[in-house]
Design a protein around this ligand. Structure first.
Ligand SMILES: [Mg+2]
Length: 258
């Protein structure tokens, strides 16, 4: 499997921007998301990770327990406004795009083809191009990015929020006053902490430890949006079958994440 270089470079970025891995909110799985509330708040599109978020890793079908929430999500946001961006289906690992087609068939949403792994800026540009090309284009600020990994999915959300490209940087540099407000309030990064099938548990443990440190030691810049997570989450208990419990969940509860 090719190295995910953009992912490997994240620890370096952490040195000067540690908050790049922070989620806007965390939920156990997508059943705890209130899609109607998200839409009412102005979010019009969503990017979902695949493995351990919507499907079991290396499988193409939706996890049955998520059916109702997924149907609601697609209905609320509308056709074409929900996509899957995976680091397996739709990448160079997916010869001929066969897996992307299969996942798209089973999940009933487009799977984005991209040449560079999440969380690369090239992948972010591909996401932007997709949403900009819709009949009703959706800007970054109106996107929700959902995934189970901090170093890929949440970094995509934070890089997208803070980096709009060189041209934009030059424009805002010329108009200094606007620079601070140009960061906007989105996308909203939603971290799903449940693990449906154990994989990369060492990395997950490391990510959670790092999250603990960053939450404790870094101060939010003034321009960082502050979200009231309770606005977008459901408090109702989850149905009996849930992702496997792991140390992540208890650690997150201690940190104040749900
Ligand atoms: Mg995943």
């Amino acid at each position: 499997m090719p190295l995910n270089v953009p992912g490997l470079l994240v620890p370096i970025q952490l040195l000067w921007f540690p908050r790049v891995i922070l989620p806007s909110l965390s939920v156990k799985d997508i059943r705890q998301l209130d899609f109607v509330a998200l839409k009412n708040a102005g979010f019009r599109g969503a990017v979902f990770d695949k493995d351990n978020c919507l499907t079991i890793p290396h499988e193409d079908k939706l996890i049955p327990e998520l059916q109702e929430a997924w149907t609601e999500c697609r209905k609320v946001f509308g056709k074409g406004n929900v996509i899957v961006v995976s680091n397996s289906a739709g990448t160079q690992l997916d010869g001929g795009g066969i897996q992307a087609e299969s996942v798209s068939y089973h999940l009933k949403v487009p799977v984005l083809n991209h040449n560079s792994f999440k969380p690369s800026y090239s992948c972010i540009q591909t996401i932007r191009h997709y949403f900009a090309s819709l009949p009703n284009p959706i800007p970054d600020e109106q996107l929700v990015i959902v995934g189970d990994r901090l170093f890929t999915d949440m970094v995509v959300a934070n890089r997208m929020r803070t980096w709009k490209g060189w041209r934009h940087l030059l424009e805002t540099w010329k108009q200094k006053e606007q620079a601070n407000t140009a960061l906007g309030n989105g996308p909203l990064g939603v971290w799903t902490t449940g693990v449906w099938k154990k994989e990369s548990m060492g990395m997950r443990w490391g990510e959670a430890k790092l999250l603990e440190l960053v939450t404790k030691w870094s101060r939010p810049p003034l321009e960082e949006p502050k979200w009231d997570a309770s606005r977008f989450t459901r408090q109702t208990p989850l149905p009996s079958k849930s992702p496997e419990k792991d140390r992540l969940s208890s650690m997150l509860r201690m940190l104040g994440f749900r």
